[in-house]
Design a protein around this ligand. Sequence first.
Ligand code: SF4
Ligand code: SF4
Length: 107
Amino acid sequence: MEKTNQKVPFTVENSMKCICTQCPVQRASPCVKEKVKKAKEMMKQRESGMTPRPDDVPGLYCASGAATCRDIDTKQMCICGNCPLWDVYHLGRGKPLGYYCRDGTAR
Ligand code: SF4
Ligand code: SF4
C-alpha cells in the first residue's frame, strides 16, 4: 500500500517558518538576495492580506517546488531538517529528503 503523501501548503504562515534564507545553499546567491529584499518590502505592505507568488519567495520550496534562482549552490548542506515544518509535515518520511530547491516539492 502506498504511504500517504504529505503536502506542505503554500501559506504566508509557513513561509515565515521556513529557514531556507539561512541555508548555505542560498547564501552566496545574488538572485536569492534580490528576492529576499523584495519579499521584505512586500511583507511591509501586507495589509491587503495577499499571498505572495511562489516565484517571489526565496524559500518554502517543499511547497512551491524547485527554486527559480539558478545560482544556488546545492553542494552545500541543506538545513531543512532543522525547520519547524520538517516535523509538522513529517518530511523525513517523504520524498525527496530535503533539497526541495533542487529536487522539487515534498511528496
Ligand atoms: S522544510 Fe525546507 S523548504 Fe520547507 S519550509 Fe522548511 S526550510 Fe523551507
Ligand atoms: S530546500 Fe533545503 S537546501 Fe534548499 S534552500 Fe531550503 S534548506 Fe537549503
